[in-house]
Design a protein around this ligand. Structure first.
Ligand SMILES: O=C(O)[C@H](O)COP(=O)(O)O
Length: 247
């Protein structure tokens, strides 16, 4: 049988707008982000399969995006499961830094290695730093250590076990699943689903606020290429993400 998975990156956030590295810093949506979430809700409402369950990270830009979208789709009641394992990649010492300034200061190669390499994490963020999450209550009791930085590889390491233990269980129970998360936690999942190589994943960018639909087989692998519900807007949005920091 076919299982349907809908992925949604949160709408434009306050720090997307300011062009700052965000990671685990819990910033809200902008007016643009709320408008994107509204549009995502309209697309979900018009889609042939309605979600039966939703997943989000523990970060409010994803939570609010899902709430707005589901309100528009008249699905406010949808059961929700949240996990830190769907959080954005922890951006280490880059959290709170301006992307354009970082590019100027460190040069394109280093900047792109930090943003898009598979296995090179940014420098570690100190526990006393303003944008550290080590004392944040919501992460008390998470198994293992709270990250101080993460590469995409490390995101896959903490995200995939949750995909396997929880999300695929709902898919197996014939539920259509909506996952509202982040640029890099979704890149991690897309890498797994599409079997993208460690090198090729560097050029994959996920646009904000546009549902991406997967139809999966019983092994939870795609039976055909995934598609955005608004492909033109998705292409423009992905290009905008790719050029962040550049002049
Ligand atoms: O955390 C962030 O800064 C963004 O949400 C993702 O940023 P990136 O596209 O630079 O990885």
């Amino acid at each position: 049988m076919t299982h349907t998975l809908i992925l949604l990156r949160h709408g434009n956030s306050e720090w997307n707008q300011k062009n700052l590295f965000t990671g685990w810093v819990d910033v809200g949506l902008t007016d643009q982000g709320r408008a994107e979430a509204t549009r995502a809700g309209e697309m979900i409402a018009a889609f042939e399969k309605q979600p039966d369950v939703q997943y989000t990270s523990l970060l409010k830009r994803a939570i609010h995006t899902a709430n707005i979208a589901l309100q528009v789709a008249d699905l406010d009641w949808l059961p929700v499961k949240r996990s830190w394992r769907l959080n954005e990649r922890h951006y280490g010492a880059l959290q709170g830094k301006d992307k354009a300034q970082t590019l100027d200061e460190f040069g394109e190669e280093k900047f792109m290695t930090w943003r898009r390499s598979f296995d090179v994490p940014p420098p570690v963020l100190g526990d006393d730093a303003e944008y550290s999450q080590v004392h944040d209550k919501r992460y008390e009791g998470i198994d293992g250590e709270i990250p101080r930085t993460e590469s995409l590889e490390l995101v896959i390491d903490r995200m995939l076990p949750y995909w396997e233990s929880d999300i695929t269980k709902d898919l197996a129970a014939s539920k259509t699943v909506l996952v509202t998360a982040h640029g890099n936690s979704l890149r991690a999942l897309v890498k797994h689903l599409d079997g993208i190589s460690d090198d090729a994943i560097a050029s994959l960018n996920i646009p904000t606020g546009i549902p991406l639909v997967y139809e999966l087989d019983d092994n939870f692998m795609p039976i055909k290429p995934a598609y955005y519900l608004d492909p033109e807007a998705a292409a423009a949005g992905a290009a905008a993400v790719a050029s962040q920091g550049k002049k």
